[in-house]
Design a binder for this molecule. Structure first.
Ligand code: CP3
Length: 343
């Protein structure tokens, strides 16, 4: 039996009721997550512990009637797998040993990826055993541009100054880093598919920091190269792209050129604009505001109805425009899923 999420992505016809899942659906807004997170000691320990990672992956599905589980892991597992030092500092976010110069790439060890990331594949296997057939299991990775920003900045950034300076000073070095990340990411997605992922998503959370030729080179080209490798080995597995905040012709070119089956739409693009920019052969995913999910009540109900109406007639997966935030009341998530399911 094919799950509703896979069916929607493969068939392209508008479903009666869109399948629903939520980006970052496992996480700090759930008290049961916080309990397991405390038991694990650190976020990285949780990512590297297959039994605990599988447990937190399944937690949101016990509470809510979601159509998919997304494996609990992080986009920074690839830099970790390549041998970069990665930690998460409480209240501050990720900290990575910085890459300042292409000479620093010697420290990266491409061949180690599969071994270092084995706990992720083991966790997928454990989730797959417990997931019912009508639910999809989503594997994921960060896209190269977004992952490179963390590797070069040494953590989160709003302006990407160091990354942009690195690209200006060492364009060939940046290309080398992209090539390393394309290989590692394709291998990581294929290993997740082998371990049981039914669908994979590529998160390019900072795609919107680039436009035009830069967007084509650092967003479209690497996503396209990864998807070509995935499709060659696993042609039946749908790929969702998420070039967050991509706009206008950049978004259209991304959809037409990369080979994706579905595209994530952020909350600042209206469904009407998204429908105009994305060809009908591609499933649209999104796009409720995470802040409206925090607010709940009538504002949330109106936003859900407008979203359903806005994507009506198109192949659509219901989701947020970005990840759920820690202050979200779990009851609002329950209300969202119920409203989509009874629409
Ligand atoms: O969706 C899911 O439920 C699966 C798990 C998942 C996590 N991170 C768990 C996580 C996924 C899909 C991600 C993706 C991710 N990670 C992205 C892309 C999506 C996006 O939100 O833009 C990015 C940019 C990261 C990098 C990252 N991880 C940052 C910047 C941070 C710190 C900020 C924060 O939200 O805490 C993380 C940590 C992280 N990843 C947490 C979770 C549940 C919180 C860590 C904790 O429990 O202490």
């Amino acid at each position: 039996m094919t799950s509703p999420l896979v069916q929607t992505l493969l068939q392209k016809n508008a479903p009666q009721q869109p399948p629903v899942w939520i980006m970052r659906q496992a996480g700090r807004y759930l008290p049961e997550y916080l309990k397991v997170r405390a038991e694990a000691g650190s976020f990285m320990n949780l990512c590297r512990n297959p039994a605990l990672a599988a447990e937190v992956t399944l937690q949101p599905l016990r509470r809510f009637n979601l159509d998919a589980a997304i494996i609990f892991s992080d986009i920074l597992m690839i830099p970790y797998g390549l041998g970069q030092h990665v930690t998460f500092v409480e209240g501050e976010g990720p900290k990575l040993s910085r890459l300042d110069h292409p000479n620093d790439f010697h420290f990266l060890k491409p061949l180690k990826t599969a071994q270092a990331l084995q706990p992720v594949y083991d966790a997928l296997g454990l989730v797959k055993e417990k997931l019912s057939e009508n639910k999809s299991l989503i594997g994921f990775a960060g896209a190269p541009w977004t992952v490179a920003t963390y590797m070069i900045e040494g953590g989160s950034s709003r302006t990407f100054e160091k990354t942009k300076a690195f690209v200006a000073a060492f364009p060939e070095g940046m290309q080398t880093l992209m090539d390393i990340l394309v290989e590692a990411t394709a291998a990581h997605l294929l290993a997740q598919i082998q371990a049981g992922a039914d669908v994979v998503q590529l998160f390019d959370s900072w795609a919107g920091a680039l436009t035009g030729d830069d967007f084509a080179r650092w967003v479209i080209a690497p996503n396209k190269a990864i998807i070509a490798r995935v499709k060659q080995a696993a042609p039946h597995v749908p790929v969702i792209g998420f070039p967050r905040k991509a706009r206008g012709a950049d978004l259209t070119h991304y959809c037409v050129q990369t080979g994706i089956d579905g595209v994530g739409i952020d909350e600042d693009l209206s469904p009407a604009e998204a429908c105009a920019l994305v060809p009908p052969s591609i499933t649209l995913q999104g796009n409720i505001s995470p802040q409206v999910l925090v607010a709940g009540g009538a504002a949330l109900e109106q936003a859900i109805d407008a979203c359903l109406e806005g994507f009506k007639g198109r192949s659509h997966i219901f989701n947020l425009g970005h990840g759920v935030v820690p202050q979200t009341p779990p009851d609002n998530v329950a209300a969202l899923v119920a409203r989509v399911k009874f629409s």
